[in-house]
Design a protein around this ligand. Sequence first.
Ligand code: ADP
Ligand code: MG
Length: 496
Amino acid sequence: MNPAPPAMADDVPAVVQPGSDIASNLSFDQLPLAPATLLNLQQLGYRQMTAIQAASLPLALAGHDLIAQAKTGSGKTAAFALSLLTKLNPRRFAVQALVLCPTRELADQVAQEIRRLARGEDNIKVLLLCGGSTMRPQMSSLEHGAHVVVGTPGRIMDHLQRGSLDLEALNTLVLDEADRMLDMGFIDDIVVVAQACPKERQTLLFSATYPEGIAALSRQFLRQPQQIKLLEKHEGSKIRQRFYEVANDRRLSAVTLLLNHYRPISTLAFCNTRQQCRDLLQVLLADGFVALALHGEMEQRERDQVLVQFANRSCSVLVATDVAARGLDIAQLEAVINVDVTPDAEVHVHRIGRTGRVDQSGWALSLVGSKEIGRVGNIVRAQGGSVEWHSLSALQVIGEEAGKPLLPPMITLRILAGRKEKIRPGDVLGALTGEAGFNKEQIGKINVTEFTTYVAVERSIAHEALRKLSAGKVKGKQLKVHFLQGQAGQDITPHA
Ligand code: ADP
Ligand code: MG
């Protein structure tokens, strides 16, 4: 089968939009969307298009292929989801849209977002096909018919090779987080999958950054794509950015100074190298912080556990490189700390964009060695304006918090039972608020995975919650429950 005819992505005029301005004067009503979809968007609280949606939806709905670049958290999912949903025929039980994502957790987020956006229409079936789960149930789900498939390239390729996935009726192919899929070495799998799609189709490519490989990929698989790149401008009012000059040998201890001074509940700390991540983690753990690191070579299960703990507020600091943090969608991040200044100003803008999302404000704190001051110059040129320099020696902990270690508000309990045992979040919440007698407010996020359930509880009730959950029954069964230990043997349990 031939790939799509070559289209010179680099040669098409790019639609370059100035960040947030357009979003303010375009509502979803101006798009050719069904009334039920518009109503659903309203119910979801999507009052206005985000900038990337405003720039890409009119083109995508008109049938163009797209290369769209915008930072994480800018609403790229709805930009392609609304387009592919509009083209679905719900009465035709065949896969009409396929979304490729780099990891299971991202695929899962995308599938959930598509389901939410599809609520307005009649029964649209969205199926998740990722590695790490057994093939059989996926194959039988496929036999029952799905309109939309979301998955990772490797697993989709497996299904194609076994003949369990038929893409003949496909009209939309989406490559989400294309830059990260390339980083992760999925190029060959993507080629196989794209070649199994009909030539007459729409291809939408979304990416947070635009490295070399993307142009090559789009030349191979996209037809006369329209290119959209959002120049990033974070609203200065929401992200409060401060720069601190630091001597190299004090860099890691300066991170603990910043944490103790600003006392953010959740912090993402970026390092330029994996070694720096490891070193910082050691320093933070030694200083009594609850910290975890995320790195590229982690197994999926480990990665899931780290993300669960960070997202449910039982880990104060997540230490990561740019590659490891790519694509994370974590709400409520009070601070981003740049432990090292990145040489790439665009990467800096991505990093700090993780804080100050939607309605919250956030801190972006950067530690700058004497050799990195030139990099700050690049950042100033990229973002415009000037930067605020502050002094580390002015940092102190004041008021009643002085001397108290910064601890996360929650602790994660791990229950050794999951979807396989038919556990649902409501069962766990019920067990804790029913017989065990806790308030709903004392219980945080509950994540049910295939074999394991994670529940965040307030630090102060952790021991009692553990005891009562282990003593009681859920779904008529006695549960095995324990505290989830952090990495490096770190004991995150409070001392009772
Ligand atoms: P990206 O893929 O660009 O990283 P997502 O698609 O994951 O971003 O969207 C980030 C968050 O913003 C999600 O929680 C999503 O539900 C929300 N969101 C997307 N579009 C809108 C909108 N128009 N109005 C309000 N919230 C939105
Ligand atoms: Mg995304």
